[in-house]
Design a protein around this ligand. Structure first.
Ligand SMILES: [Cu+2]
Length: 141
């Protein structure tokens, strides 16, 4: 019984899907290669708020599954690993950039020159909507 009441109490907070306080996105973009090759999405997250923001996932109708990844260099071989969350410190920022953290569009449905919508999901139930321009293999012009 107690659990039921707790769950109901959480609903209003989860239903409010505004952006996290003070968090903004700069320079989003996607590198599109081919339809059957995952496309990397890159951006900078800045947190001007007083509390850390924890990115726990992302989704986009243009991506199929959209995963949090990290590129790591292991003995000269570049590999990608799934990351469960990324923390943007209070009054700090993190870059999702080539060779590091990035979002991975697993089934890209897009074309170069278009813009795709992406939603970032945070641990506290907030979310942040953005649109990212789609560039080709050579990246930003
Ligand atoms: Cu990746």
């Amino acid at each position: 019984m107690r659990k039921t009441w707790l769950a109901l109490g959480l609903l209003p907070a989860l239903a409010w899907a505004g952006p996290p306080a003070g968090v903004s996105v700069q320079h989003p973009w996607v590198r599109y290669l081919l339809p059957n090759i995952p496309a990397g999405a890159y951006l900078t997250l800045t947190n001007n708020g007083d509390t850390q923001a924890v990115l726990t996932g992302a989704h986009s109708p243009a991506c199929g599954m959209l995963m949090l990844h990290e590129s790591v260099n292991s003995g000269g071989t570049s590999m990608m690993m799934a990351v469960s969350s990324l923390t943007v410190p209070a009054h700090g920022s993190i870059a999702l950039a080539e060779g590091g953290y990035h979002l991975m569009c697993m089934q890209p449905k897009m074309r170069v020159g278009a813009e795709v919508p992406i939603t970032l999901d945070f641990q506290d139930g907030t979310s942040l909507d953005l649109t990212a321009p789609v560039y080709g293999p050579s990246g930003a012009p």
